[in-house]
Design a protein around this ligand. Structure first.
Ligand code: COS
Length: 379
């Protein structure tokens, strides 16, 4: 295995860094304060080909591998976790679901719009009463003539309000049956489809999280994705890939917090010398660096398998679990190194600290990752 970034990754990393410095860094604290979801930034990311990273060029995407995808998400998250999260959710979940499971007609119709960011995508699995127990969902889809009629609601949905299209998993069979759910495409503006409450969150505040409501929402029969009854399995496969992107998000946040703490520790003087000269600080930096490199290697392992189209349920769960916990630990230690200043909004580490926590919860909590990993190794 090659441990170095390939030429394409190096070029993409530089492009994303330049973009993040120019278009994101000057504004991210303001978006965080006001909870603004800056749609215009995603349109520009679409122009750069970063809203359809692994979608083939034939469907308007960039046709990159998961290695480049990790680079894109982590480089953005080094500056702002919220933008990184939205890029990950758009690419892996909504766009990825249509790409991996949609019909040729659906791919041709929707992927170019999503890859260019003309349309922003949302993905609805979670409900108020069913987070970890995703299969227990209550939202229903009933076939009436040439239409599916959806009723119910989805909770904690990224781009629930600003999204132009949502992939929604709904019950089409018995509760508890593993073939009892199916996936559908719902376009914004469809009567009976609306956005509900927008969440006021601890972190990731510029990434919109909102409820989706379906009230006798009629969608064409052909908006079913793939085979009837395979919604849950499709969703699990999408999450296998999505978890790599949340690992990449975690990696970016950890790197951002670590790099800020490293720089500060060399500048900040106490007792007549930079605080990096004190072993108590130097050892924190050593732990951070070690765990970040380990996260990166685990992510590349999962991405390698994904690129090879091999099963990577265990590896993506391990990478996501480890990288997200490392992001929280690293951001915590970064705040500690900054001391009182780290607790203020004048330095970026307090935001990394708040943003990092989402990574141990979204797309499956750390506890769910351990459940997935243990089931795989005990099979
Ligand atoms: N890929 C393909 N199929 C999968 C799969 C995967 N990764 N994981 C499960 N399946 C299949 C199983 O093989 C099973 O099929 P059969 O009945 O035909 O054998 C079916 O899906 C049901 O699987 P399982 O019995 O494991 O389902 P559980 O209800 O026990 O749930 C967990 C499994 C807990 C792992 C799942 O509900 C989960 O991931 N929950 C967290 C959801 C989540 O991450 N939500 C966050 C969304 S935020 S965007």
């Amino acid at each position: 295995m090659d441990f170095e970034m390939n030429e394409n990754q190096l070029m993409i990393a530089q492009m994303v860094r330049d973009f993040a410095e120019k278009e994101i860094r000057p504004h991210f604290m303001e978006w965080d304060e006001t909870q603004e979801f800056p749609v215009h930034v995603f349109k520009k990311l679409g122009e750069l080909g970063l809203m359809g990273v692994f979608i083939p060029e034939a469907y308007g995407g960039s046709g990159f591998s998961y290695f480049e995808y990790i680079t894109v998400v982590s480089e953005i998250a080094k500056v702002c976790g919220s933008i990184g999260l939205s890029v990950a959710a758009h690419n892996s979940l909504c766009t990825g679901h249509i790409y991996y499971h949609g019909s040729e007609e659906q791919k041709k119709k929707y992927l170019p719009k999503l890859a260019s960011a003309e349309w922003i995508g949302a993905w609805g699995l979670t409900e108020t009463g069913t987070g970890s127990d995703a299969g227990g969902m209550n939202t229903t889809a009933v076939l009436e003539g040439d239409h599916w009629v959806l009723n119910g609601s989805k909770n904690f949905i990224t781009h629930g309000k600003s999204g132009d299209i949502a992939v929604v998993i709904a019950r089409t069979g018995e509760k508890g049956a593993s073939d009892g759910t199916s996936a559908f495409i719902v376009e914004k503006g469809t009567p009976g489809f609306s956005a509900g409450k927008k969440e006021n969150k601890m972190g990731m505040r510029a990434s919109e999280t909102c409820e989706l409501i379906f009230n006798d929402c009629r969608i064409p029969k052909e908006n079913l994705i793939g085979v009837l009854g395979e919604g849950f399995k499709q969703a699990m496969q999408i999450l296998d890939g999505g978890r790599i992107s949340i690992g990449a998000l975690s990696l970016g946040i950890a790197k951002g917090a670590y790099e800020a703490a490293l720089k500060y520790s060399k500048e900040r003087e106490q007792f007549g010398q930079p605080i990096s000269k004190f072993q108590s600080i130097a050892f924190k930096l050593a732990d951070m660096a070690t765990e970040i490199e380990a996260s990166e290697l685990l992510l590349y392992q999962a991405a390698y398998l994904k690129n090879q189209k091999k099963k990577m349920t265990k590896e993506s769960a391990i990478a996501k679990y480890y990288a997200s916990e490392v992001a929280v630990r690293t951001a915590n230690e970064a705040v500690q190194i900054f001391g009182g200043y780290g607790y203020t909004k004048d330095f970026p580490v307090e935001k990394f600290y708040r943003d990092a926590k989402l990574c141990t919860i979204g797309e499956g909590t750390s506890e769910i990752q351990k459940l997935v990993i243990s089931r795989e190794i005990l099979k």
